[in-house]
Write a protein that binds this ligand. Sequence first.
Ligand SMILES: [Zn+2]
Length: 132
Amino acid sequence: MPIYEYRCQDCHRRISVLWRSFSEVEAEPPRCARCGSANLVRLVSRVAILRSEESRLEDLADPSSLAGLDENDPKSIARWMRKMSGELGEDLGPEFDDVMDRLESGQSPEEIEESMPEMGGGEFSGGYDEEF
Ligand SMILES: [Zn+2]
């Protein structure tokens, strides 16, 4: 049973409608529970957003996304990590940018880790060790 979320264009109320079937959605336009207006705009449901997030993560887990990565070349690692963080849409903070700058200037990941003791055992270095 599909649940769709709508926003009423007249009273701006957000409503959820539980449909018995997909065909019913086509046959019967929903009405606002508050003002009765049929002037509703369907919102992208959170479920749909979660699904696309998951499929993006699956894409990242795909070995082909590692294509072109030379793990002995810091600049290549930096390019790949920027791509990863871009696709995740996450702001990884100033530390991440700092690491990227260092990789791009040719420093090895080991050198960077040594100069940033606060990273030891952190999420970043942990994930890093698993990946490579
Ligand atoms: Zn309304």
